[in-house]
Design a protein around this ligand. Sequence first.
Ligand code: DGL
Length: 278
Amino acid sequence: MMTAQPSPSQVGLALPPGRPPRCLVFDSGVGGLSVLREIQALLPDVDITYAADDAGFPYGAWMERKLVDHVMDLMGQLIATHRPDLVVIACNTASTLVLPALRQRFDTPFVGTVPAIKTAASTTRSRVVAVLATPGTVKRDYTRALIDTYASHLDIALIGAQSLATLAEAYMRGEPISDQAVKAEIRPCFRDIRGRKTDTIVLGCTHYPFLTDTFKRLAPWSVTWIDPAPAIARRVAALLGRDERAPAMPQRPGRAVFTTGTIPPALMPTLAKFSLAA
Ligand code: DGL
């Protein structure tokens, strides 16, 4: 089975002195900003490049073989251009598929983002859990393997949402999104199995944490929503040898690169909020 975490040889990076660590955070779109904000909260001095493959968005519908080749090529270009010390694949749809190939080809260490099924298994009381993710992530062998390893004793529903990532992109551009559309996507997560109700929902796509308030408002009952981003940020901090919270300091400005070459003007305020310039 693939591992979500770097191998032991990747732990404790030898970083060159005299400059801040460089971290590349990658997603198909702006969802990875949900991971970036946790990394920034722990490590404000890290030099961050945020790369969004908006030309390839959404990844959820890609054929697996094509997506592997595509991400491998793109990562080669991004690593050559930005020379990161560490890459965070802030995308479940890519991580659950491409991490082993990335680790094999590149020397740069990778931290992946995969559905927090292990956390859900320790949180649920009703043993009825849902994984809300893209259609790609719910189909992956990797996701099935996580369930077999950590959650075979639970009733788990794998819900592949067709349009939630796209709705989250619209939301991040300040556009209104339809409650009905969101409701239809989250509804299958809520099950009642002879009185045992879903009590935990894993946010298996980095776009979804930006919609958590909407999810909570539209949910038929209250559940625990699990966002893996804080754990990913802690992993990044550990790899950079920063187990302690950094003293309060201003956020180091970073940069955003979009593969279409054009950042939609409506996204600029959001990027500015994360101290990212074009
Ligand atoms: N943010 C991505 C994820 O975590 C995927 C969105 C998409 O491209 O479909 O899976």
